[in-house]
Design a protein around this ligand. Structure first.
Ligand code: FDA
Length: 393
């Protein structure tokens, strides 16, 4: 039995950061990772350049049954703290848009930085190490029985992530472990994921696969102004990935096809300036031509602008500003960036991430019911929740 001060399950963003924080405090931290290497999701993130944080990160960009839970950790470990770490390692970065920070070169640099920090903090990492059993002894010690021997520690941090991208090592292990210790797990579903269309909706758009344009996607009170991308099976792009975290089958999804402009005012202007031009032609100047044409073949009545009367213009404006698109589902965990839901925050301390049920047990990162928007927010939650736990164990 190898003993240490803190055992961390999962060598992803959260697990490594937690082990570093604990190690820097002089604790002996051991990371148990079942994949053949740590940080696989970091490597594939941000198109290989890792969108490692967002300078505007605040609790407003996180979904959780308890919207207040993330506040304390996010306030104590901010984007500025992570930027300071990245700068200290000489990693060049840039802001792409909307506060999203990416490495100039490669996400490999972030993994190397975390591994260098682990080494400096004396963290031991075991990869290809599968956990067979987790026990909690009377003495308060946690015992992990693994394919690489048994480990014990008075603190156990679960940082095994969510269900997205099983081929990268994702597993439901953290949720099962939470249940084993009497924790509630809120229903999970894929988030930041492309939406699928079916039947005539798919048939009408599938040959436009690859066409992209800005929209405002709306579902309930959520709205995101960014690009939509038509795919072979449905729709994707940042606006759709964002809204997918708020959408569930049966929900009303609306797209403003002329975001940032008053559609009725534009229609009036086009009618006055180009009375003989057909609707598909004027729309083709502000939307991709092939999409404008399809819209006018299938969804909107196409005729010369001068032939629309005022009620018809109002109807067109309403359609353009709130185009209803019936999605049939999502692409699921195979392509989802995150898992919504997870370990119920009601049973965790928001300042330390410690279980209120089992002293010494902690949950951090994506396994917890806190999910960020697209744009570096999820890594910021991983760093912040990990730092909170690593400072408390
Ligand atoms: P994470 O999934 O990173 O790590 C969990 C670790 O636990 C994994 O290494 C896994 O193998 C291991 N594990 C699982 N079960 C285990 C078991 N039973 N025993 C031992 N180990 C086990 N976010 C962002 O902010 N910016 C971005 O650019 C991106 N880009 C992005 C791209 C893609 C394709 C995906 C899928 C996701 C993103 N994300 C993102 C989201 C981000 O990757 C995610 O929120 C964090 O990786 C979550 O960090 P965790 O450490 O909680 O889980």
């Amino acid at each position: 039995m190898q003993s240490c001060d803190v055992l961390v399950i999962g060598g992803g963003a959260a697990g490594l950061m937690c082990a570093i924080t604990a190690g820097q405090r002089g604790l002996r931290a051991v990371v148990i990772e079942h994949a053949n290497r740590v940080g696989k999701k970091i490597l594939m993130s941000g198109g290989g350049r890792c969108n490692f944080t967002n300078t505007g990160a605040s609790p407003a960009q996180y979904l959780s049954a308890n919207r207040h839970f993330c506040k304390s950790a996010l306030a104590r470990y901010t984007p500025a703290h992570f930027i300071e770490l990245v700068d200290r390692h000489g990693i060049a970065w840039h802001e792409k848009e909307l506060g999203q920070l990416f490495c100039d070169e490669s996400s490999k640099q972030i993994v190397k930085m975390l591994l260098d920090e682990c080494e400096a903090a004396g963290v031991r990492i075991h990869t290809q190490c599968s956990i067979e059993r987790v026990a909690h002894g009377d003495s308060g010690q946690f015992h992990l029985h693994t394919t690489r021997g048994a480990f014990s520690a008075p603190a156990l941090v679960v940082a095994s992530g969510g269900l997205s991208i099983p081929s990268m090592g994702a597993s439901g292990f953290g949720f099962e472990l939470a249940r084993q210790f009497g924790h509630s797990v809120l229903p999970t579903r894929a988030g930041l994921v492309p939406l699928t269309l079916s039947g005539k909706h798919q048939e009408r758009l599938e040959d436009l696969s690859g066409v992209a344009f800005p929209v405002e996607a709306r579902c309930g009170k959520a709205a995101f102004h960014n690009h939509l991308l038509i795919t072979h099976r449905g729709i994707s792009g940042p606006a759709i990935l964002q809204i997918s975290s708020y959408w569930q089958p049966g929900d009303d999804l609306r797209l403003d096809l002329l975001p940032g402009q008053d559609a009725l005012e534009s229609l009036h202007r086009w009618q006055a300036q180009r009375p003989a031009a057909e609707l598909k032609t004027v729309l083709g100047d502000v939307l991709p031509k092939r999409f404008a044409q399809r819209l006018c073949e299938v969804w909107l009545p196409n005729r010369p602008m001068k032939q629309y009367n005022e009620p018809q213009l109002r109807e067109l404006a309403a359609q353009l500003e709130a185009w209803p698109l019936v999605a049939s589902g999502t692409e699921g965990y195979r392509t989802a960036e995150v898992t919504l839901g997870g370990v119920d925050t009601d049973e965790l301390s928001s300042s330390t991430m410690q279980s209120r049920r089992v002293p010494g047990l902690y949950f951090i990162g994506e396994v917890v019911d806190v999910t960020g928007w697209l744009g570096g927010y999820n890594f910021q939650w991983a760093w912040a929740s990990a730092h909170a736990a690593g400072s408390a164990v």
